[in-house]
Design a protein around this ligand. Structure first.
Ligand SMILES: Cc1cc2nc3c(=O)[nH]c(=O)nc-3n(C[C@H](O)[C@H](O)[C@H](O)COP(=O)(O)OP(=O)(O)OC[C@H]3O[C@@H](n4cnc5c(N)ncnc54)[C@H](O)[C@@H]3O)c2cc1C
Length: 321
């Protein structure tokens, strides 16, 4: 009979790693962490720009850390190093290049976690796959001929390009300010202010706008994109269309509903249903991190979810509710 692991975690982002490390500290020794990408933390690697400042209080959310992981402000690089280190120090078996497709509860109460051509068994499963696997895309059509000029990260951006960033949260603001060092940048947001961004980012974007490094297009919506001889023509409400070399959408991610429903996890209001211990409608099957939030969480929130789950599975540690 194949081995039934004590704990299988799907997704090696901050919430998955925290669940693994906190569970180890509560005495769980048979932990398998499954990651579809080539390394842990694919959201941080792909979506954070190099040298990005990483704030513990992200999106203005002040989070008191409950668990044993001491996470502090840093950069993209120091944050990745930090996760490398805590993984190494807590003998978690990280398996990369494995995309989990679904999870099934068996009659004996254990779980079978399915990947392409194989499966693993577990007593408890935690799903921490985030929301950035599917970034939010525009609702209007993107002509095929300009698809390569549309992005959701800074990948592919070249120096000297005229770039439009769409969005008004922290990610959009950070992208616009960063790109403005070497490019002609505009930022389009449907609201009039950047109040969703944290205070530092609000200050940075205000400075960039005052110093004419970023051109604000506020309170406007985009209705269509057209091909303007290989450039992207953006059609706005109320103002004249404008063409850009590249358009970057930084408008968050979506709940992986297909994954959740194929595993029998119920959803309400765009989020998986769970109790205060992050256990779903299926006993022994948990959710943690961004996936539990309607519009994105933070690293610190994911760390707290991991601690709460570890406590529920194993220990009797105190969790601030
Ligand atoms: C541009 C940007 C800047 C940000 N800056 C900050 C900041 O400064 N401070 C902060 O606290 N937060 C920040 N955030 C938010 C923070 O990154 C997220 O809240 C955090 O990464 C969520 O952690 P998670 O573990 O829930 O999900 P994720 O980090 O998204 O990790 C999910 C992991 O699961 C893997 N996965 C997905 N599907 C599968 C599958 N089927 N099988 C196996 N593996 C799978 C993914 O590859 C990924 O590695 C930022 C987000 C963005 C996009």
């Amino acid at each position: 009979m194949s081995q039934v692991h004590e704990l299988v975690i799907v997704g090696a982002g901050p919430a998955g790693i925290a669940t693994a490390v906190e569970s180890y500290l509560q005495g769980v020794r048979d932990i398998v962490l499954l990651e579809k990408d080539e390394n842990h933390n694919s959201t941080i690697r792909k979506y954070y720009k190099d040298n990005k400042r990483v704030d513990v209080d992200w999106r203005g959310q002040k989070v008191e850390l409950d668990g044993n992981i001491y996470f502090i402000d840093g950069t993209k690089e120091s944050t990745l190093d930090f996760f490398d280190e805590i993984l190494q120090n807590h003998s978690v078996s990280l398996q990369t290049h494995v995309e989990v497709q679904s999870i099934e509860k068996k009659d004996d109460g254990s779980f079978e976690v399915f990947m392409a051509g194989k499966s693993v068994k577990a007593e408890n499963v935690v799903v921490t796959i985030g929301r950035m696997g599917k970034p939010n895309k525009p609702t209007y059509k993107v002509p095929v001929s300009i698809k390569k000029k549309i992005g959701y990260t800074l990948d592919g951006c070249n120096e000297g390009e005229k770039i439009l960033v769409v969005g008004g949260g922290d990610s959009a603001v950070e992208y616009a300010v960063d790109l403005s060092e070497k490019n002609d940048v505009s930022i389009c947001y449907r609201r009039e202010t950047f109040r969703r961004a944290n205070p530092t980012n609000q200050e940075n974007i205000a400075d960039a706008i005052i110093n004419k490094k970023v051109n604000p297009i506020l309170g406007k919506n985009i209705t269509a994109l057209e091909d303007d001889e290989g450039r992207v023509k953006v059609v706005y409400t109320e103002i004249e269309p404008e063409s850009y070399d590249r358009v970057i959408y930084a408008i968050g991610g979506t709940t992986p509903s297909a994954f959740l429903s194929s595993s029998g996890i119920e959803e309400a209001d765009g989020k998986p249903v769970h109790n205060e211990n992050y256990e779903t409608n299926i006993k022994g099957l948990y959710v943690a991190g961004d996936i539990t939030q309607e519009s994105g969480g933070s690293i610190a929130l994911g760390l707290n979810h991991g601690y709460a789950i570890a406590c529920h599975i194993k220990g009797d540690c105190k969790v601030h509710k």
